[in-house]
Structures are given as C-alpha cells and as structure tokens.
Design a protein around this ligand. Structure first.
Ligand SMILES: Cc1cc2nc3c(=O)[nH]c(=O)nc-3n(C[C@H](O)[C@H](O)[C@H](O)COP(=O)(O)OP(=O)(O)OC[C@H]3O[C@@H](n4cnc5c(N)ncnc54)[C@H](O)[C@@H]3O)c2cc1C
Length: 248
C-alpha cells in the first residue's frame, strides 16, 4: 500500500462546480491538524499517481473523517470530482499555519472570495465545537447566492457562537431586492450587493482592532487589501492564504 493511502468515503455536491470529498483511513499524522490546515492529494490519473495538489481540510480538526471542498478547475479537479466511494487516494499533511493561533484572538474578521471560504469553514466548525465566545465577522464574496454553499450551516452558527455572516454577492438577478434574501429568523446574517469595497467592509469592521484573515483569488485579495488600507488597516497586518502554488 502507498504511503499516505486513504479511501474516498463519499462526495457531496455543494454547487455546480464545487464538491466536498470525504476520506478515511488516513495517516496518524493528521491527528495533529489544526483548523485551517491543508493536505496534498494525489489521485490515480491514466494509470499512475498524479502530482500532489493542495486542498484545505474544510472540516473541524475534531471530525473523524478528512473533508476537502474542491472547485472544479482543470484536469485534476475534474477527475477528482469523478472519484467513487472506496477508491484509493494519497493524502499527505497536515500543512500550513494560516489560522495558527486564531482562537487566541479577541476579535476576528474573515474575508473570503469563493472557494477561499474553506479555511474559514474549518475554523468556524472548530469554533462551534469549542463554543468559542469571541466576536467573529465573516464577509464572503460570491458571484451569486447559489455559489454561497453551506448557507444553512452558517446561519445556524450565528445562533451558536457570536458570529455575523455577510454574504457579498456581485450578481443579483435584475429586479431582485437583495434585502429580500434576509431571513428575520437569523438577524446575524446580512446580504450586500456589489464588490467587497471599503464601504462594505467598513460597515461591518468592528472598532476593536480585529485580527483580519483573507483568502480568495489573487485579484480579489489585492483589491481587498487596497480597500483595507484606505480604511487605515496596514496590509502587512492582514493574514493571507494564497491558493496558488508552484507545480512540481
Ligand atoms: C494552501 C492551498 C490550499 C488550497 N485549498 C483549496 C481548497 O480548499 N479548495 C479548492 O478548490 N482549491 C484549493 N486550492 C487550490 C487548488 O489546489 C487548485 O485550484 C487545484 O489543485 C487546481 O487543480 P486543476 O484541476 O486546475 O489542476 P491541473 O489540471 O493539474 O492544473 C493544470 C495546470 O494549472 C496549474 N495550476 C492549476 N491551479 C493552480 C494553482 N492554484 N496554482 C498554481 N498553478 C495551478 C497546474 O500547475 C497545472 O500545470 C488550494 C491551494 C493551496 C496552495
């Protein structure tokens, strides 16, 4: 058996191009994972093991299975979306320090673009498990509301921990009043149309010098860092996870 061998348990479709994959039987080393850690995944492609590709472990570190939530992009992720329960994969890790010490922060702002939500989902699932008591603001930018998966879970979390969720949608169908997305049962969930601008961020940025975490596509990260700077935040103080890597 290959080192790092694990088995696919199930796949869950999150959106038209995002699927979560669950693995079991992985190495003991994953017992050391933290919220927001990542792994590298190899799958069988054309009869041989693929190159390793990095993916955040999107479940809480307490969860018994490993879960990754993957956007379909090129050949590798397209093949991985077609994996079947019982098939073998190779998982190495855990890696990464992006959210190291996040549970020591008094006030946290998470800003995510698209599938860049995965480290924050892991952290929030962990926070729910440990009943984290400090304030967290999540601003999540997506194209449409259909792209913003895990909504029901996030809504519930706003009742379980001091979490505020801001769904920032760049595309809202013509004639739709975005305020209509809001559900009075979840006063901690907000909807904002347009880009993730300084006005939007400023509206939800707590005044208590929060620790800011950012994960999204590079152009979105650059834009948000500029907007934060205009709000008086030193871009160097922002903790960032970059989803690009150098193929080996
Ligand atoms: C720390 C970290 C965590 C990540 N977590 C997630 C996650 O939770 N969910 C998720 O969907 N994605 C995540 N990614 C990004 C993910 O690894 C890539 O999008 C994915 O591996 C690309 O697969 P593909 O099908 O395009 O690959 P291929 O078909 O192999 O890609 C084709 C070519 O494009 C290049 N390429 C593709 N994507 C990238 C990239 N991101 N950076 C550099 N070169 C690239 C490859 O080198 C290859 O030459 C993460 C990346 C990093 C570094």
């Amino acid at each position: 058996m290959e080192k790092g061998a694990a088995k696919v348990v199930k796949l869950e479709k999150e959106t038209h191009d995002i699927t979560s994959l669950y693995f079991e039987g992985f190495d003991e080393s994953f017992g050391k994972r933290r919220a927001g850690s990542f792994l590298t995944l190899k799958i069988m492609q054309d009869g041989e093991w693929s190159k390793p590709h990095p993916f955040t472990i999107s479940c809480a570190p307490e969860d018994p299975l490993l879960k990754v939530t993957m956007k379909r992009q090129g050949a590798f992720t397209t093949a991985a979306h077609g994996l079947k329960p019982g098939e073998e994969v190779i998982c190495a890790g855990p890696y990464g320090l992006f959210c190291k010490d996040i549970d020591a922060q008094d006030s946290i702002v998470m800003i995510a673009g698209g599938v860049g939500i995965t480290p924050f989902l892991s952290v929030l699932r962990h926070f729910r498990n440990i009943k984290f008591a400090n304030r967290v603001v999540l601003i999540w930018s997506n194209r449409t509301i259909e792209d913003a998966f895990a909504q029901e879970e996030l809504k519930q979390m706003t009742r379980e921990i001091p979490l505020l969720v801001v769904n920032n949608l760049s595309r809202v169908p013509e004639g739709t009043d975005i305020a209509g997305y809001a559900d009075g049962a979840f006063p901690g969930v907000f909807y904002e149309e347009g880009r993730c601008t300084r006005d939007l961020i400023g509206k939800y940025l707590p005044p208590d010098d929060p620790a800011i975490y950012l994960c999204g596509p590079p152009p979105m990260q650059d834009f948000v860092l500029g907007e934060l700077e205009d709000l008086g935040v030193d871009p160097k103080s922002v903790k960032k996870e970059n989803f690009t890597w150098k193929a080996t």
